[in-house]
Write a new protein. Structure first.
Length: 321
């Protein structure tokens, strides 16, 4: 589908923001200043951005433990995200969520989730709300290969089909379920198995923003026409370990190096738009420079920001109806 120069530049900016955010966290994580586990999304940027560029604040997404990319793509403030990961009082969740539990309800971001397969049932509930409102909004869940084997996901898919909900199940296949290759861990063809639940499946090249963007357009056309839920499957890779500190002994020698050189989503995007003379390389270079400086500033401000006081432990624990 055709996109304007403004849309193309915005998509590149979002992918570069995710890449720079994650590459910097990979460095900062070694300092010992960041508490808890950190799972980086670098390498999969085209999927999050290709999907979320179609969504508005009234649409919902649920994420995974590898959620930074989804948060940024959905419009969460990267500075407040950095403060959250550093556990600061002015973080997006007041410093209590950290890397794996960032949420921003105002942006339709229902939260990263430390439970594998925990997001799809939440997104089914959100899709039910979308259906009840009848305003054309949709709910999208992100999950990896490991989540595709979870009973929670099977139940969510079945319920979405039964209730004919405006819900899209996104499966990001990055090659591994933690440390287990997907070829070993997924016992059947994922697309075929998903169709067995009654969901149409749209497939995309997860290294190609334009491929994902088109697949998402097709998925949305299906869902917003009232035809019920569907799934979108995209393959990419993660450039870092399952978690920060993962020695990655299960990966082939130079596997990531080769993928970075041949299948990088940002390099492919840059090559496509410059060869088509849609965007000048200098414009993309300027975005790279700007975002690198912005992320540097985010880290500096996160280091200086105050930690939350003990009173925060007793706030937002219960909802008052």
């Amino acid at each position: 589908m055709q996109q304007s120069r403004t849309d193309i530049l915005k998509a590149y900016r979002q992918m570069r923001m995710i890449r720079e955010f994650e590459e910097r966290l990979h460095i900062e994580n070694r300092s010992g200043e960041i508490a808890g586990f950190t799972h980086l999304y670098a390498g999969q940027e085209a999927i999050a951005v290709g999907i979320c560029e179609h969504l508005t604040d009234r649409d919902y997404i649920s994420s995974t433990h590898r959620g930074h990319g989804h948060c940024i793509a959905k419009g969460c403030d990267p500075r407040l995200m950095m403060h959250e990961i550093y556990g600061r009082a002015d973080g997006l969740c007041k410093g209590r969520g950290g890397s794996m539990h960032i949420a921003d309800i105002d942006k339709g971001m229902l939260g990263a989730n430390g439970i594998v397969g925990g997001g799809p049932p939440i997104a089914v509930g959100a899709a039910l709300a979308c259906q009840a409102r009848g305003d054309g909004s949709v709910a999208v869940s992100f999950g990896g290969g490991g989540s595709s084997n979870q009973g929670t996901v099977f139940e969510a898919m079945n319920m979405a089909v039964v209730l004919k909900l405006p819900k899209i199940f996104v499966f990001e296949l990055n090659g591994y379920s933690e440390h287990t290759g997907e070829g070993y861990g997924i016992g059947s063809d994922l697309a075929g198995r998903t169709r067995g639940f009654g969901l149409p499946v749209f497939e995309a090249d997860g290294f190609d923003y334009f491929s994902v963007h088109q697949a998402m357009a097709d998925a949305l056309e299906h869902v917003r026409a009232g035809k019920g839920p569907c799934a979108l499957i995209a393959e990419a890779t993660r450039y870092f370990g399952h978690f920060e500190g993962d020695p990655q002994n299960y990966r082939a020698k130079d596997e990531v190096k080769t993928l970075r050189e041949t299948q990088d989503a940002l390099l492919r995007f840059r090559r496509k738009v410059t060869e088509a003379k849609l965007i000048e390389a200098a414009e993309l270079d300027a975005i790279d420079t700007e975002i690198a400086a912005f992320i540097e500033d985010c880290v500096a401000s996160a280091r200086k920001a105050p930690a939350p006081g003990v009173e925060i432990m007793l706030s937002d624990v219960y909802a008052d109806y």
